[in-house]
Design a protein around this ligand. Sequence first.
Ligand code: PLP
Length: 441
Amino acid sequence: MEGRFDKYPTSPAFVLSDKSSEDVGRAMIEGGLQKQPFFIFNMDEAFRRIQHFKDMMPRVKIFYAMKCNDTEMMLKLAISQGIGFDCASPGEIYKLRKLNVCPTRIIYAMTSKTPEQMAYARKSGVRHTTFDTSYELKKLVEHWPDARLLIRIRVDSVCKVALGDKFGCDFDKEAIDLLEEAASLGLKVVGVAFHVGSICSSPESYVTGLQHARALFDHEATAGREMKIVDIGGGFLSERTDCIDQVSKLITAAVAELFPDPSIQIISEPGRYISDSSFTMYCSINNVRRSIKDGKQMNMIYIDDGVYGCLRDVEKWHYPKKFKRSTENDTGPLEEATLWGPSCDSEDRIMQDYTILLPRCVALDWLIFPGSGAYTITVSTRFSCLEIPLIRSVVSLELWNRIKDNEVFAANDFILNPDLSTPLPSTSPPLLQNHTLYERQ
Ligand code: PLP
């Protein structure tokens, strides 16, 4: 059963001394050998994001939410930076354990688990998990009685993906009843977790969550029990590095006021913020149809990835631009365009809530989607047996020198002095010519 979790192929990272990740994308396209869509993973950018998060919130330990991007070099970089991980399934735990990550650096942050999933996590050595219902507690007593639990509460916010619709109990009576039930069952609740929702634009929601957590810490203290962890979840905007600056000031001040005791661990599970900006997708255009509809010029652009692939939730900061070849002087005026994915489904329309403006494109041009590192590869489907684009990772000589000796990396994870135009392996299936079933019938 092993292969299923290791399927996504990885290529060694190019070590760049005086070239940028854009130079690599350009060389691959203009070299003419790269025919299929691909990602460039700029390891320096992911490194910068991790550093910036740590600098802005030194008290908050990162547990990277790998559900948003679990590709191998991304995980290896995160491991080399000493951060922990938020896993939401045994498959994610397996991936980390294969990379020798110590299970104590993992939190299984999923409130609804099957007995098998609980047993897998427990046998893997994972210690921490979350819950928000009485049924979960009953399962835990039987299948993971020594788990260290965090009660997940709901915190409302202004956000794009409202996780409170699905997860988290009310912080007052419901939470208190659950804490009492956990104690009566002999389970150990060590902390409070919340997630304000993904792409959260109300920074004060983190403060509300911390206040609710404080109230529950106080309740437990009154009952003679002690909690030690507050998990502030993810949800941080990824559009620009400075998006974290405002929210981190509020969080730092609230933590200092509400949890001054330094022995209380504050952890967080950022996903999108860490990985989004470090990936750029280069997508080939395989067809263009120009027509007039209701007196209006329509440009239908058919590209080689779509909503069933990696382009399901394309945010405004991923707005595509046309790749401009070195030989091209001017890309021309912008025109309205519709972007269609490669499947046979007419729902396969990319960014349909946006007006897409692009210069005129022809078949075999390329589009560039910046900031496409979160919830792209991990949410892609295998609809119609279409393949997921492969990744060319790139790292500066400076960062390579800092990380190369970390034991998570193998010598063949990197290529020095690479030929930048080298294409990635083809994702086309192997040709089969040996089947003659119908001929024999
Ligand atoms: N933690 C949990 C429990 C989540 O469900 C998610 C996303 O769904 C994350 C962390 C990561 O959130 P984000 O990518 O918005 O930072």
